[in-house]
Design a binder for this molecule. Structure first.
Ligand code: F6P
Length: 366
């Protein structure tokens, strides 16, 4: 069936480059003579349309996407609490109940007569997209987004380069103040399951210690590295820790949200407290957190975002269905969604970047 009408949505945590993808999708779709719509806040615009004054589904024109390439965030809005298969609704007892609203969502998509959906998201969002295609939803074209860079089948996701560049700049700044005060600076960065941001920013920013989820750490070894520096006359140190890092004899660090839900948090502060005790040095912890998700996409991220957006439409026009666009330098290819979401991409322990870190004398805590 020829495509005439498509919708685009952004799902999960935002990443720099989302707006560039949306712009490329809309301009390219218009060049094929297709009509283009945006769904607000992932699928909320379809499931809860009454929440939106201007409608949960908006018509996207050339004007809607003018001047947004360099903007962080997403003009469509996003949520990581909008899984249509487990949608949080407040029940009669006042408690939040996870409800399957996928049938309702697919019905709404049909009513809008979308011939295909462009779904821009990470592992979670693309897995949901795949499940929708298996349950009678419209054809999907996925676009790989996440600052964590943990999507398999694409060399890199957009948003990652911006996050690494900003984290590296922060490490440069922390070097200056850490050096001035002869302190240990512990820097927590995002990275739930994969330590890509910590590792790449840590190496680029010449950290002394990098702790990632893939390599459980021994805090005594981290302290030993700092003491050794001290003996060598270097009275400051930079420790980068991914939020999902965990000690060899322990678990990841969790904090409780109001309402009782748990989320990752405070690993930087915990590491800092332990290092202060073990080394006797003055230690400070800084959490970069969502600063890594905001801001202007780097030129690299803008370019791959625009390439992904254009390739998404080009692929649909060429008959690609239920696939994800993937960077495979020097080109962009299409990977079946089932394959793209089978497993996440962790840092391989035998990779060149791990080897480089070790060769440069960086402690990985093991
Ligand atoms: O996009 C993934 C991520 O950056 C994770 O590293 C982090 O755990 C998560 O987003 C936090 O998202 P939020 O605070 O929006 O729930």
């Amino acid at each position: 069936m020829p495509i005439k009408r498509i919708a685009v949505m952004t799902g999960g945590g935002d990443a720099p480059g989302l707006n560039a993808v949306i712009r490329a999708v809309v301009i390219t779709a218009l060049s094929y003579g297709w009509e283009c719509f945006g769904i607000r806040d992932s699928y909320d615009g379809l499931l809860e349309p009454e929440r939106y004054r201007e409608g949960g589904v908006i018509h996207l024109t050339r004007e809607s996407v003018r001047g947004i390439t360099h903007l962080g965030g997403t003009i469509l809005g996003t949520t990581n609490k909008g899984d249509p298969f487990a949608y949080p609704l407040v029940g009669a007892n006042g408690q939040v109940e996870l409800t399957d609203r996928s049938v309702e969502l697919i019905r709404a998509l049909r009513q809008h007569q979308f011939d295909a959906l462009i779904i821009i998201g990470g592992d979670g969002t693309l897995s949901i997209a795949y499940a929708l295609t298996q349950n009678g939803g419209p054809p999907v074209m996925g676009v790989p987004k996440t600052i964590d860079n943990d999507l398999a089948q694409t060399t890199v996701t957009f948003g990652f380069d911006t996050a690494v560049s900003f984290a590296t700049e922060c490490l440069d700044r922390l070097h200056a103040t850490g050096h001035a005060h002869s302190r240990v600076m512990v820097v927590e960065v995002m990275g739930r399951n994969a330590g890509w941001i910590a590792l790449e920013a840590g190496v680029a920013g010449t950290a002394d210690v990098i702790l990632i989820p893939e390599i459980p750490y021994d805090i005594n070894r981290v302290a030993a590295k700092i003491k050794k520096r001290e003996e060598q006359g270097h009275h400051f140190a930079i420790v980068v820790v991914a939020e999902g890092a965990r000690p060899q004899q322990g678990t990841v660090s969790m904090v409780e949200r109001p309402g009782g839900a748990q989320r990752l948090g405070r690993i930087g502060e915990k590491v800092a407290e332990e290092l202060q005790t073990l080394t006797g040095k003055d230690v400070r912890a800084v959490t970069l957190g969502h600063l890594l998700r905001g801001g202007t996409p780097t030129a690299f991220d803008r370019l791959i975002s625009l390439r992904f957006g254009a390739a998404a439409i080009r692929g649909l026009a060429a008959g690609q269905r239920n696939v994800m666009v993937a960077l495979d330098p020097p080109t962009v290819r299409y990977v079946p969604l089932a394959e793209a979401t089978r497993q996440i991409k962790l840092v391989p322990l035998d990779s060149d970047i791990i080897q480089t870190a070790r060769e440069l004398g960086i402690s990985l805590g093991d």
